[in-house]
Design a protein around this ligand. Sequence first.
Ligand code: 3HC
Length: 695
Amino acid sequence: MTAINDLVSYEARDGVGVVTIDSPPVNALSQGVRAGIKGGIEAGVADNNVSAIVLTCAGRTFIAGADITEFGKPPTEPGLKEVIGIIEASNKPVIAAIHGTALGGGLETALGCHYRVAVASAKVGLPEVKLGLLPGAGGTQRLPRVVGVPIALDLITSGEHVPAPKAHKLGLIDELVDGDLVDGAIAFAKKIVAEGRPLVKISDQNDKIEEAKKTPGLFDEFRKKNARRFRGFEAPENCIKSIEAAVNLPFDEGLVRERELFSELLAGEQAKAQQYFFFSERQAAKIPDVPKDTPLIDIKSAGVIGAGTMGGGIAMNFLQAGIPVIIVETSQEALDRGIEIIKKNYAATVSKGRLSQEKMDKYLSLLTGTTQLEDIKDVDIVIEAIFENMEVKKEIFGKLDKICKQGAILATNTSTLDIDEIGAATTRPEYVIGLHFFSPANVMKLLEEVRTQKTSASVMATCMALAKKIGKVPVMVRVCEGFTGNRMLAKRTDQAQKLILEGAKIEDVDRVLYDFGFPMGPFAMGDLAGNDVSWRIRQGKGVKSPVADAICELGRFGQKTGAGYYRYEAGSRTPQPDPVVEEIIEKAAKEAGVTRRKITDEEILKRCIYPMINEAAKILEEGMATRASDIDVIWVYGYGWPIYRGGPTRYADHIGVENIYNDMLRFKSALGGEEWTPAPLLEKLAKEKKGFKDL
Ligand code: 3HC
């Protein structure tokens, strides 16, 4: 074995040159890896003892893409396009041997090879769009030449990871290898040499391009069909334009166009925000005072208390991860109803073709229902998901303490209550933790995990790992009113209510936030979730909100009652402005002595967003969240904050904390109200001309 450099080696095996990249953790295409591949291929071409070259990777994966940490830095030689050009121009066949994930620049490198083999567990894809980019090393030009334009459009604008067997069917992979990958790749290389198979250069293949030319409306149709999905994002449009260039221009010119469109995105704020978010999500998995080697509790079974919407959704996550669940209800009727809803949810997914009947049956076979709390005595984790009432929860946790085996984790899905107090109802508070799922719990990716003063490191580490296992993104926070997410949301809700009282139209507030990038505005969201939920919470706390209360007093709970802040035609989910609500607001304004005025879109946006950012500063000051970027992960995955704006604190840095601070002071003098007093941390950052990123 010869070292080409620190990261890449070369050896001749059985008449085939094997170039191996070994750059943990994911063999990203750093300068050293690029230089090493170039050197390795050149060594293979020059080696008279070999007739073909295999390009493979050590460790857990094939090349997972460009090295994202190099983006924004001055480019270094050799560029990836040059390296791929050298591979494609090799006079000996080059075969990519793929395991793990061949992503982005990794798949582009493989597409520069003349053949590709993979183990069945491998996945390939061009996920650049998720980083606000497009495949910038020939991916938009080569992929359509292999799989055809319609499929390339889908894959490149979705960033989907395609499992190797499907990639094989699409012609992206030439052969699936059983057993040792490198041995299989060498055998494949020898076979193609023996059969005299050609050096397949994808850049020369134009059949699929010619085929696409026959359907000129293809691109506009695709744009139209996906307009909703692409709303607000810049990258998908550039991906489409680049694939259009593959159809309309010769290969080399297409490459130039691809580079222009890539550079345009790379320089933009969206790509920077999305790359920031990529690292933020990974950072959130780390808890500073919980060492990496903390022993984990083995979670082989779960108990869920409450078969309502939340409990059912939570149970589904575990079933899908292969973890048996016992679901507990107080009456047989409520239990049957809850289980029936789970079944219906799965059946609906089956009927849409997104789940096989076999899998549904498997999931349901892992589900048991009971009305006896004692039946969950042996489970490894319990998640309580009943209505928000401290006394009832304390009683349940007291019982769980007596019933559950030692070492079991006792979790609550509360979104409002003091979990330290709940923990104190047991003799093992170190095993008590908050696992705050977001509705619908089987869909939303966020899991806000809430540690108490006593939660043990092992329980935290286990719950972080468990979240990943059930397909969630976990963020650990501490106990405070509303925890991190809802505490900030409350500030937005408060302003939205004040804005409509002062003269903004409900639909204007919703439109401004929708245009900002949220899936819907706060009033449409209230109508969807049910306005009665927050009404009951307010009643419990003795808090008033004139318009929101008046709406609920009329039974306008939202979509489920056909009316809320909007009205809904029978069977429709489309919100229609309702003059009745306008009258309610006018009356409430008069009673509160508020003079109504016209409010600009700019004011609506700033008033909804800035108090949230101010609250984020307080949360960080108090140590309730670990890092600013954790707050961003919570808002993107839990509340639909547009990922291309990175999250509230990233957005604050983009606008400039100083500008936000100055606006806060202006609002304070114009409107009054404690919410406009800048948090000390916000003030400090503003005065030092710093951002949340500097914390
Ligand atoms: N560049 C730099 N670092 C990367 C990286 C990349 N492309 N991909 C992953 N990493 C780092 C992660 O930040 C993480 O670092 P940490 O341990 O310090 O937190 C470490 O590698 C391991 O990553 P994960 O925790 O994500 O490991 P998983 O096993 O869960 O997932 C993966 C592996 C599926 C490869 C996932 O990391 C991933 O999706 N990576 C990004 C893939 C991607 O987007 N590639 C396209 C890059 S852009 C490009 O190629 C442009 C080209 O067209 C010119």
